[in-house]
Each structure stands twice: as C-alpha cells, then as structure tokens.
Write a protein that binds this ligand. Sequence first.
Ligand SMILES: [Zn+2]
Length: 336
Amino acid sequence: MIKKLNITILFSFFFISCGNPTAEKPSYIQTVNGAHQVSPNEIWLSHEHILVDFIGADSIQSNVPNHDIIIKEMLPYLEELKAYHVNYFVDATPNYLGRDVLLLEKIAHKTGLQIITNTGFYGARNNKFVPKYAQEMTAKDLAEMWINEYDNGINNTSIKPGFIKIGVDSYDSLHVMHQKLVRAAAMTHLNTGLTIASHTGNANGLWPQLSILKKLGVSLEAFIWVHSQQENNNDNYLKAAKMGCWISLDGLGWDLDKHVEKILFAKKNNILDRILISHDSGWYDPQKKSQTIQPYTNIFKKLYPVLKSKGFTEDEFKLLISVNPSKAFSIKVKTF
Ligand SMILES: [Zn+2]
C-alpha cells in the first residue's frame, strides 16, 4: 500500500512539474466519446483489451455478450488505473474478435477513462477472424467500409474508430489476404489520417508490410509494429526505428525481463522516441466460465521501479507512456 502511494505521489509531482516539452501544434485523437486535442502530458496504455472472443468470425454475430456481467468483472481492474492517473486506454480488440463499442462507451462513462477503439480486420491465425464476405472483397472495398466507420460511426452508433487495427501472420511473404489488409489500411490512412496498428510479432512479417505502405505513399510514422517484443534480433529494432515506424513492446502483462532488456537496448541506441509500451492485458473471454483477468498495472508497479533503478529518468519514462503514444495515435495524414 505504501509503495503504491509513493508511486502515486511521484506521478502527480512528475506530471505537474514537467511542462510541455514539445512546441508542436496540438494534434487530436478520437475516443469513443469523440475527438479532442491531445497533450503530451497524459498517461496512456497503448495496447490493451477488455473483451476478446475467439469464437471465430462466422459465429460471433449470434453471440451477444452480457454487458452487465462483463462490466462487473472488469471494472475493478480498470478502476485500479485511477491511482496511476491513466487517462487514455487503447482497446486493441478488432471487429469479429469481440470489438463492442457500446460496451466500451459504458465503461468509459463509468470509469472516466478515455477509451480508443478501432476499425479494420485481423487476418492473423490464418484468417479465422476475417468473415467470409470480407475475404472476397477488394482492398478498395475494405477501405471504403473502414472509412465509412470513421466518417459515419461504427454499427449505427456515433462512435468512431481512433486507429486502424489489422493483423497478419508474420512470414517473409505475406498471405494474399494479409497483403490486401495492408493495402486497405494504407488507403484508409490516406483518407482519414488514422494510424495503422498491425499485429505482427517477429520482424519477418514487418518488412513486407512496410514496403506495401511505402509503395502506396504512406509514411511509416503512421504504422505501429504490434507485439514487436517477439523479435529476437535487436538489430531489427534499429532498422525499424530508422525507417520511422513505431515499435510496440506490448506484452508487459505477461513478461517483464525481456521487455526491460529491450527498453534498455532502445535507450542505449537512442531510439526511445520510437518505442511504445503496454500490457496486452485484460481479456474477458465470454467462452470461458471463469475468468482469469490479467491486470493493467505492471508498468507502474513493476516496470517503473526497475527502470528507475537502472538509471531511467522521468523524461525518458514520460516518452514511453505519454509523449510517444500521443504522437503515434494523433490523427493526421502522413505521406512518404
Ligand atoms: Zn492485443
């Protein structure tokens, strides 16, 4: 309890005392409650999940989740974030994997968290979560559908996506469907300015995605390499950072040591300004009778003290949890 209190005081002090380090003009982001300007001083969790349903794209429509039960289970974990002044919570659950924007809206209202949802399709795991009708569509048709969610709202609501979430199986050459998802994401970005976050894993599948984006004229600063902690060769982080993409080390709900090693590598090689961190936690699964929820607090309870003991400064920590995500999720068309 005392430890938690100390960190809380430290965070309060730190965010009151640090002024605005960047003189860039304000950017805006899109939450389930609407669009607003973002400052580089708010605390973000840039890749988490509340609900995830693995039943598969062709069964999920008939599976209506009970919001009251989910909220009762998840609220304590989300309420915990108040002590750490978390403001932005990026829900990375894609459509057909449990994306439920009305649930997110209710939770945002109850907790005061600014929750960000997404448009796009998740092709990883061999397209199990891409509905049949979408597998037959062209990239342009997919993009039109996603742009429509941004322009007019998701599923007849006024809730709009704040980024594009896609997923690929990470091989040297991408599955045809996954190439199509990347092209559709590029077109959606060029129309809306939404950032593309792609479930990728190791770097094999990263390079073909970046080359598609480049060909279509999308700046790689509009791309987040999701689950980059699965890459074993740290040199690939230097290569990706040099190309300009965001590197998301987002498995902190499950592992600490590997993430610490990679964050220290990033600091040593001056690429901390390209790194995002998060837990990939939560995961209420309606297919399971009893839930094992992974908490969203390791960054504050475990990672922060370790980085501090290894010489991390407040400004460096702030880059990871505030400055970088506020830039990464800013909505702006970024061209090559
Ligand atoms: Zn995830």
